[in-house]
Design a protein around this ligand. Structure first.
Ligand code: SF4
Length: 434
């Protein structure tokens, strides 16, 4: 019964979100403190964990425009009941919208104790059915929708080239400071954390440089899991016999390093756990990175020789006695082994690290795009709008990279709902000059 009520409530929430995103409630409101609030841009619909709409912009009369997220709840009390006030994911919320306000006045506060402006919608707005997309086409989409295919491919290719140069430059800067091998390791580690855990993976590679790890080859795994903060206490309650054996072994090896590395251990707050598919859990990814390190010589030799197919088969063939069968320490063992480092991860490493590091732009031009994720779908919806050939365009890695670059350079910085974004005029000028 409770489940059904929960489902109905969830359906009602989705309906309200769809109506909000379609602009049905309008964009100008009086906040619960009497302030005038204008939604400058509705942002993009976040279909995973975290606030409902990201990259929105809200104008508070007389105060300014604030870029951030919008959370929509059926009841103002849901903010506390769902733990948003303790959750750092909700620190960036700039507007809390709700239907029910309860018997007494409740304020919305973030984990950092910031007060969030509130909008109370009325019941009269509910009903009907709306199917809303994840993002609305932007002002530039009107131009790009009409552009001929060759011109558009050129436009996206230029954006992708800029992205590629920036990546190369970034990796070169790391190499100047830490050396090429460490730059490769840091880049690969960060790519293993995508999406959501690039930072802790990068920190891990910085705190445990390859050189130090290679000095204790038998302890690499224990060091990585220990410094990641994944071995806090040897509490093995609820673990399977296999997991116990594995974790005990890690613990015994970590024990000898624990004191000397205690200052390096990552705080649990830097990890985003539970946002991804189970197979992409950071513990599992860390297990895969450890196995990569065991093949590092071969891997870096193949990468240095730009032998991308061989790199793919090396990474695709990696297995791990525990992580090939488990998502986390506590998960039930899988009947059939699961690929440790699949095609998607290889492509992420290839596009973001190996190609820019080796300057192999030509290989990117020939590459098929990785499967679309929500970010690339949103970027395409914003920039390319309803072009009939979007799928075909985005099947080329270079075009996908170009769309992502435009989205990050313009959409992610805009707080005017496209009005003051310079991109449409820049693209038009390039079009006119051809
Ligand atoms: S912000 Fe700029 S680039 Fe993004 S959709 Fe609007 S006009 Fe296009």
């Amino acid at each position: 019964m409770g489940g059904m009520i929960g489902q109905r409530r969830r359906a009602g929430e989705l309906e309200v979100q769809a109506r909000w995103f379609a602009g049905e409630f309008g964009r100008e409101f009086e906040g619960t403190s009497g302030e005038r609030i204008r939604v400058v841009q509705f942002g993009v619909w976040n279909r995973s964990a975290g606030p409902d709409f990201a990259d929105a912009a809200v104008e508070l009369d007389g105060v300014g425009i604030f870029r951030g997220a919008i959370e929509i709840d059926m009841d103002v009390r849901d903010w506390e009941a769902h733990g948003h006030s303790q959750n750092r994911e909700y620190d960036g919320v700039v507007l809390h919208v709700f239907f029910e306000r309860g018997p007494k006045r409740l304020f919305t506060r973030t984990n950092s104790h910031r007060s969030v402006p509130q909008v109370h919608l009325t019941d009269g707005h509910q009903g009907g059915s709306v199917v809303a997309p994840m993002a609305h086409p932007g002002r530039c989409a009107r131009l790009l929708e009409k552009m001929n295919l060759d011109a558009l491919q050129l436009e996206l290719r230029e954006a992708a080239a800029l992205r590629f140069r920036r990546r190369t430059h970034h990796l070169q800067r790391v190499a100047e400071v830490h050396g090429e091998t460490e730059a490769l390791f840091q880049g690969v580690a960060a790519a293993m954390g995508y999406p959501g855990n690039q930072l802790p993976f990068r920190l891990l590679a910085q705190r445990l440089p390859l050189k130090r790890l290679m000095e204790a080859p038998d302890d690499i795994e224990a060091l990585m899991f220990g410094v990641a903060g994944f071995l806090p206490v040897p509490d093995l309650f609820g673990y399977s016999a296999e997991a116990r054996r594995y974790v005990r072994n890690l613990w015994e090896r970590w024990w000898g390093h624990r004191d000397s590395h205690s200052a390096l251990v990552l705080s649990p707050q830097v990890w985003r756990l539970g946002l991804q598919r189970p197979a992409n859990h950071p513990m599992r990814r860390l297990g895969a990175l450890v196995q990569m390190l065991r093949q590092w010589k071969v891997f870096s030799r193949l990468a240095g020789a730009r032998q991308w197919r061989q790199v793919q088969s090396l990474l695709g063939g990696l297995t791990h006695p525990f992580w090939s069968h488990h998502y986390t320490f506590r998960s039930v063992g899988l009947e059939h082994p699961l690929c440790l480092l699949g095609r998607e991860r290889f492509e992420e490493i290839l596009i973001n690290v190996l190609l820019p590091m080796s300057g192999d732009w030509e290989a990117l031009l020939l590459l098929r795009a990785p499967e679309q994720n929500s970010r690339s779908r949103i970027a395409a919806a914003r920039v390319l709008g309803r072009r009939a050939d979007v799928r075909g365009l985005l099947s080329q890695a270079v075009c996908q990279q170009g769309v992502l670059q435009l989205y990050e350079d313009f959409c992610c910085r805009d707080a005017s709902d496209c009005v003051r974004c310079p991109y449409p005029e820049q693209a038009q000028a390039r079009c006119d000059s051809v």
